[in-house]
Design a protein around this ligand. Structure first.
Ligand code: SF4
Length: 141
């Protein structure tokens, strides 16, 4: 079969059109996938008014006990507020203290915790890292 310039351009035009059509149709497919997604009907959500936090850190204690983790620093130890903490493999719940920028005499506490994701990227990422770099993941237990 002789390939002429005209046939080549026609072919490329057809190919380009097919790609555009597929991308145009993509969102519907994505929507169909979402509509088919069963979600997690057995899971519960929890709504917490964090503006009411008084920084008692009992949630840190309860979280450590519930997850059989080492207890956090003593509740009387206010030095934990000297540096900003983030949830980690050692502490899934942490409370930080901030000064209200609008009123520097006012202290604000903010609880940060594991969000109990349905598909936790951190665990998936760790598993993937474990596969790739045995024992290489920073902060692994
Ligand atoms: S969120 Fe934690 S630190 Fe804040 S009030 Fe509740 S238990 Fe205390």
């Amino acid at each position: 079969m002789e390939v002429t310039r005209r046939k080549l351009l026609q072919g490329m035009g057809f190919l380009a059109g097919a790609i555009v059509l597929r991308n145009l149709a993509g969102p519907e497919q994505a929507l169909a996938a979402v509509e088919d997604f069963p979600g997690y009907p057995e899971r519960f959500g929890m709504l917490t008014d964090t503006t009411m936090c008084v920084g008692c850190r009992w949630c840190e204690v309860a979280c450590a006990q519930a997850n059989s983790m080492p207890p956090p620093a003593a509740l009387s130890d206010k030095s934990v507020f000297n540096k900003m903490r983030r949830p980690s493999a050692e502490a899934l719940t942490v409370v930080n203290r901030y000064t209200d920028p609008a009123d520097t005499k006012r202290t604000v506490f903010r609880k940060m915790q594991c969000m109990h994701c349905n598909e936790p990227a951190c665990v998936l990422q760790r598993a993937r890292l474990r596969l790739c770099l045995p024992g290489g993941c920073a902060g692994e237990d």
